[in-house]
Write a protein that binds this ligand. Structure first.
Ligand code: AMP
Ligand code: GLY
Length: 426
């Protein structure tokens, strides 16, 4: 069986690695891939852009690919699944209608309201004056969100009315292009964030282990928002009782309302949640794909073959699959970024020490890297993440940081406090 993975992040490297683990998948092709997927045994890169649907379809047909896994939200929102399915190619990932759950925050909010899914109270605006009047009336703190996909930069948690007004002005001023011509303004929730990635075949929905991400660039959760600087799983914040509530109050109603709307959603539904001080789970956002770096801590703990789960989703037979099996232990991931990320950063720095880092049993999931004849070079903001499994969080993080200390590139930056919520040793 051959599988085609679309994307080029650490998430896609982890997906490819996991798909190859059981031996049933003989080959993974990653497009466009990165330095990690280029050098992973039985994996190769294909130089097609994630939006080149025709090229991807042709490759899948000619090479008899069993199914396509779509990593990032952009191609999903642009309809890659619809395009491939029309040509009878099996895809893990929702169609264009389903992907709206991430691609339009206003649409997702309306869906949540209709299904009585707990979330922050919100109002939607199509013009600046009305949005600003609303913010003045509500006061701060308040959250301003561009409706559409904005590469993780569309959300402002405003501590003052002035900051909220500036965010509104930026959105309507065109900072996010078409993605910002509608703005969602919502109540600012407090509590602890957790990511629950669930897999679904459109009828049955099952959560994977809960994970905690670290969105801010700086230690103590300060500074700009990023794609994610580290993660751990399973997040102790989500007890079995809390997971049951998430299943009953959020995941099941979400898949039921999607089905009611005629949307046949097969793939990952990622619930970004806030556990409020009162202990209630509320949805901050839904994503239509695996999280990055959450995937890099959830998949190493998964014992059930990933291809079995994906095929069950594609064939709408998830209910027939036995309960997912997990390895014991905890998994920690620390991301190393290029200095300057998430703003301006340099590319092309040689990376050393990956083999040494992996010799201790850690996994190095590459993201912004490129395999060149002269060696591995940096090629993006988030360069790589080191994941390690341990008996507890102290052990897992100790190993991840020890492995990371073997790696070097010019301008390498990482947070030293990933997992601060769960570590006793720092
Ligand atoms: P997003 O780009 O939607 O992932 O949002 C980025 C971050 O903004 C989230 O991870 C939260 O930390 C924060 N955020 C979004 N919505 C809210 C909200 N309603 N209340 C508090 N924080 C929020
Ligand atoms: N780590 C956050 C995300 O994947 O959206």
């Amino acid at each position: 069986m051959k599988v085609l993975v679309v994307g080029n992040g650490g998430r896609e490297h982890a997906l490819a690695w996991k798909l190859l683990e059981s031996g049933k998948v003989k080959q993974v092709i990653c497009t466009p891939g990165n330095g990690g997927t280029a050098t992973l045994p039985r994996c190769q890169n294909l130089a097609l852009n994630v939006k080149d649907f025709e090229g991807i379809a042709r490759f899948a047909l000619v090479n008899n690919v069993a199914f396509v896994v779509v990593g990032p939200e952009d191609p999903l929102a642009a309809g890659i699944t619809d395009f491939l399915q029309e040509q009878k190619i099996a895809v893990f990932g929702p169609d264009k209608l389903g992907a709206q759950i991430e691609a339009s925050k206003a649409w997702a909010k309306a869906l949540m309201l209709e299904a009585s899914i707990p979330t922050a109270k919100a109002a939607v605006f199509n013009n600046r004056e009305a949005a600003q009047a609303y913010v003045k009336a509500q006061g701060a703190p308040i959250v301003v969100k561009a409706d559409g996909l904005a590469a993780g930069k569309g959300v402002t948690v405003a501590d003052t009315v002035e900051a909220a007004e500036a965010a509104i002005a930026a959105a309507f001023g065109g900072q996010f292009g078409a993605a910002g011509k509608t703005v969602v303004i919502e109540e600012c929730l407090t509590g602890q964030e957790v990511s629950v990635l669930a897999v679904t075949d459109g009828i049955t929905i099952r959560p994977l282990l809960p994970a905690q991400d670290h969105k801010r660039i700086g230690e103590n959760d300060t500074g700009a928002n990023t794609g994610g600087m580290g993660a751990y799983a399973p997040a102790p914040l989500v007890s079995p009782a809390m997971m049951q509530r998430i299943q009953d109050e959020i995941l099941e109603p979400a898949i039921a309302i999607l089905r009611k709307k005629g949307i046949d959603y097969r793939g990952v539904l990622y619930a970004g949640l806030m556990i409020t001080p009162a202990g209630d789970p509320k949805v901050i956002e839904f994503n239509c794909r695996f999280g990055d770096p959450e995937t890099q801590v959830v998949l190493p703990l998964l014992h059930t073959p990933l291809e079995d789960i994906m095929l069950a989703c594609i064939k709408q037979r998830l209910a027939d699959l036995p309960e997912f099996e997990w390895k014991t232990g905890t998994c920690a991931c620390v991301v190393a970024a290029s200095e300057g990320y998430p703003d301006i950063y340099k590319k092309g720095a040689p990376i050393t020490g990956i083999e040494a880092a992996e010799s201790s049993g850690a996994f190095v999931f590459q993201a912004g890297t490129q395999a060149k004849p002269q060696g591995l070079l940096t090629d993006g903001g988030r360069v790589l993440g080191v994941s390690a499994i341990g008996e507890g969080f102290d052990h897992a993080f100790e190993q991840a940081y020890a492995a990371l200390s073997q790696i070097y590139f010019d301008g390498m930056y990482f947070r030293r406090d990933i997992g601060h919520q769960v570590r006793t040793i720092r």
